[in-house]
Design a protein around this ligand. Sequence first.
Ligand SMILES: Nc1ncnc2c1ncn2[C@@H]1O[C@H](COP(=O)(O)OP(=O)(O)OP(=O)(O)O)[C@@H](O)[C@H]1O
Length: 447
Amino acid sequence: MSESRVLLVDDEEELRRSSAQALELAGFRVDTFASAERALELISFSFPGVVISDIRMPGMDGMTFLQRIREIDPEVPVILVTGHGDVQLAVRAMREGAYDFVEKPFTAQMLAGTIRRALDWRGLVLENRRLRAVAGKRDDIEQRLPGRSPLMVDLRYRVRAIGASDADTLIIGETGVGKEVVARALHDLSSRANSPFIAINCAALPQNLIESELFGHEPGAFPGALRPRYGKFEHGRGGTILLDEIGSMPFDLQAKFLRVLQERVITRLGSNETVPLDVRFIATSKLELEPEVAAGRFRADLLYRLNVATLRVPPLAERRSDVPLLFMQLVRESAARYGREDIEISPSLASEMATRDWPGNVRELRNAAERLVLGLETDRDEAASPANGSRLADRVAAFEKSVIASALAAHGGALKPVYESLGISRKTLYEKMQKLGLDRRALTDEP
Ligand SMILES: Nc1ncnc2c1ncn2[C@@H]1O[C@H](COP(=O)(O)OP(=O)(O)OP(=O)(O)O)[C@@H](O)[C@H]1O
């Protein structure tokens, strides 16, 4: 576990300091706490570490602390520190689920082996959960991000690969392409799937409250701040935080956010204390960020830190061949959502959708599907009926056009598989396309 850490809880300051020093010398990353209440804030279902706590403490004692941790996740290893000869308490601690116990006085050397074993065990628990999540979610990704175009096949591959890691991720794509859908898929594929997913729109945060919104504050941090308050970052503890429109984050806040990314700690407004933060960050942007860096609006160091793992979600204009199927799926989903009967979409309508421009991408296509389902589409009757006109010749021509258009869209505009699969010659296909007014470029992903 790269982020593995040791939380050390003891009310005696001297003991806390000396134990932490010795454990850090032994190579562990240690955070110390004077009370169990404070340390408990860091425990989550995906907490990547081990807890060492004194049993006898004012406020929440070690046994209650153990119980609370086990309510959050029974597989967080807890090592309890008992007084010398306190055998009964040690036995009780083990019975109630402690990973191990150690008697006072102890040395870091005595503890190091137990801590290492506990961290290894925790690592295996989290890895197993991650693998189970990936196995369970495989088909789901196909559903959430449908499409046979090479760009979508590649995107699903990358989403699975990055989702399984815990890497901070940058998602770039035009409006409405599904960046948030991708972010949620990444979260659900990760070992954090059972912890919160918090979406924050950086463009919509009130400028004067933005820091307190994200980092939280202590009483008196600014006029009117009477009570302490957790920020959104802390609400996402153990889970994933989506920073939508990261390019809109004010420049001075970018430096503070970079520190959070690098050090995984936050400082609430009005406090000097740092609080460890275990979250995965996913950021999205409609804009490419390099030009923003060149224009001095976005910090280069933040971009380099963020774009270790970058996903690009293609606009519909680059994957027109996906539009017919996607549209049909969106119509089915809308019909289910509004409790309407399934509308049968004629192949010609589905293919025609691929010829239109969708500057609002999947959001716009989804709206069109909803309008159709709700009967608000003006040309619905024409569109959803199998063919226009009543003359047999017109109906046959419309049907022929829809079959050829679907085949062209399905094969990304390549002619050979189309005339082969339809059992006609290349010449016949050309003639029919001309006669029926079909432009293969409008139906394909060709630029
Ligand atoms: N593959 C998909 N299948 C079904 N619905 C989708 C898909 N992708 C996106 N949508 C829908 O399209 C809408 C836009 O998606 P989303 O909010 O993820 O896009 P976005 O790229 O984050 O947009 P913006 O940049 O404008 O915030 C949502 O209603 C979402 O449910």
